[in-house]
Design a protein around this ligand. Structure first.
Ligand code: ATP
Ligand code: ZN
Ligand code: MG
Ligand code: MG
Length: 463
């Protein structure tokens, strides 16, 4: 990519989240991730080029030095901070505007700094594989938090029984964020039990919200459409998938084939999520395996193994999420201790690495944290750091890229599955690994109690 010869015609809208807008290159397997800011505080959000570049470099350092060692070398691509010509960025912003979903237009793309994060396009495979075969499929899952808190600081019993995602669904429905409840429960996905995992993925397909997307040849073919007729979408999806999962001579048609095709897709996703080179297993402790909001399949819980293959993508993400060992309720007093300390000794903000730098020593602080509170500022800071890293792992996305391959083709670093069916290879990555701001902790604390109180009020009428 020649940064001085950028042409907006080489790039197209790819997708966006709450913090950034992503465009993909039409020829190369690359994306640019540009920051967004709210139109309301446009004044305050303006950063100079240097500030914006520093901010993006911080994200790169954080993925490389902190998240990569925690989540695993093979899953994380840290990307590169780049400075783009302002003219290009402005043209690009105009070009993508009409493609943006209305619900995301409360924020605008940063067209002032010219800075962006350049990453490999994980919805495409950079290797040769798909030359004469079908375009690759990519499944994106935002799994959210996969365990129930066991912290003794938790004051509301319900938090030990119903997971955060399931409680949050009720809150979002009441506040108009979504029109239907999702039946997805992260504890099913992270259970390691293939039946429960399949059910979780089925629920993601039924109601993708912003937790599930499918790309074909780099184009998004399935994601949430709030008003759409869901059933029709699923049939359309099955049409797309048919050539990948049903032999071309298959006589099956209509509803029956849709079911078979979606089931095959689910099986491939489950295999990818559980694949690992390490034969050992990580046992999940009893406390964190069941969510009472995900009731219909209680019978599935009886004979489950409740373990994840060590070092599979779910094991790595769950292990990192569990760095939040105190829960926000136990963390909040420690946050206040840090706040008080920074108030008394403002110059220590940088030596305590509150806003980075996200270096090797930041990682060491997270990895070597005493289990007992000795009342020190050092302990409090380490717990706050751990909490923020866990928040990143609760918000990341898993990308599973699947390609069909001829016998002779082979993919490095990916596994072959289902050798008797159409030949598949896949690779698994994790994206969206931004540091979560220190300042957002009080907001997290309020949000947590709002969600829990709302859940108690709306689902348990006698409380
Ligand atoms: P969130 O609101 O989830 O925090 P965000 O604003 O931080 O999102 P990302 O999740 O990084 O933004 O990117 C938005 C979307 O763009 C992703 O959900 C994904 O579909 C797509 N995307 C991001 N990075 C890549 C990549 N490297 N390759 C392919 N697609 C990508
Ligand atoms: Zn749940
Ligand atoms: Mg995201
Ligand atoms: Mg994000």
């Amino acid at each position: 990519m020649e940064l001085d010869k950028m042409d907006e015609n080489d790039w197209k809208y790819h997708g966006e989240g709450n913090k950034s807008l992503v465009v993909s290159n039409v020829q190369h397997a690359r994306v640019l991730r540009l920051l967004k800011y709210s139109t309301e505080d446009a004044e305050n959000s303006h950063k100079t080029t240097e500030q914006a570049f520093r901010h993006i470099q911080n994200i790169v350092d954080y993925s490389q030095n902190v998240m990569k060692p925690l989540l695993g070398e093979k899953f994380v691509h840290n990307g590169e901070a780049v400075k783009l010509p302002l003219d290009f960025v402005r043209q690009l912003s105009l070009k993508v505007q009409q493609e943006r979903p209305e619900s995301r237009c409360d924020k605008v793309m940063d067209t002032f700094s010219g800075c962006a994060l350049c990453l490999p396009n994980l919805t495409q495979l950079s290797c040769c594989c798909s030359r004469e075969h079908r375009p690759p499929l990519c499944i994106e899952i935002k799994p959210k938090c996969g365990f129930l808190p066991s912290s003794r600081h938790v004051t509301k019993e319900i938090k030990h029984k119903v997971c955060r995602f399931c409680m949050h669904q009720h809150f979002k429905l009441a506040h108009g964020k979504w029109k239907r409840l999702s039946r997805y429960c992260p504890l099913d996905l992270f259970s390691g039990n293939k039946q429960r995992m399949s059910l979780a993925i089925k629920h993601l397909i039924e109601e993708p919200q912003n937790n599930f997307k499918i790309f074909k040849g780099g184009e998004c073919i399935y994601s949430c459409k709030d008003d759409a007729d869901v059933l029709q979408d699923v049939d359309e999806l099955a049409q797309h998938l048919r050539p990948y999962f049903l032999p071309s001579g298959s006589l099956m048609n209509g509803h029956q084939s849709s079911k078979v095709v979606l089931n095959e897709l689910i099986q491939v996703i489950v295999s990818a999520l559980l694949s690992s080179w390490d034969p050992r297993k990580t046992r999940l402790s009893e406390g964190r395996v069941r969510c009472e909001a995900s009731l219909p399949h209680r019978d599935l819980l009886r004979n489950t193994n409740h373990c994840l293959p060590k070092d599979c993508v779910l094991d790595k993400i769950l292990g990192t999420q569990m760095l939040d060992s105190l829960d926000i309720e136990g963390l909040n007093p420690l946050f206040k201790r840090v706040e008080q300390h920074l108030h008394d000794f403002p110059k220590e903000r940088s030596s305590l690495q509150i806003d980075g730098p996200y270096s090797q020593s930041f990682l060491e602080k997270i990895q070597n944290c005493p289990t007992e509170d000795d009342g020190s500022i050092e302990y409090a800071v380490r717990k706050v750091h751990q909490y923020r890293v866990a928040m990143t792992a609760k918000d990341c996305s898993i990308m599973i890229t699947i390609a069909t391959c001829g016998e002779e083709d082979g993919l490095d670093q990916s596994l072959e599955i289902q050798p008797s069916k159409p030949h598949f290879t896949y690779s698994v990555s994790i994206l969206d690994l931004d540091p979560k701001p220190y300042e957002s902790i009080p907001h997290q604390s309020r949000l947590d109690s709002n969600i829990v109180n709302h859940y108690l009020r709306s689902t348990l009428p006698n409380n």
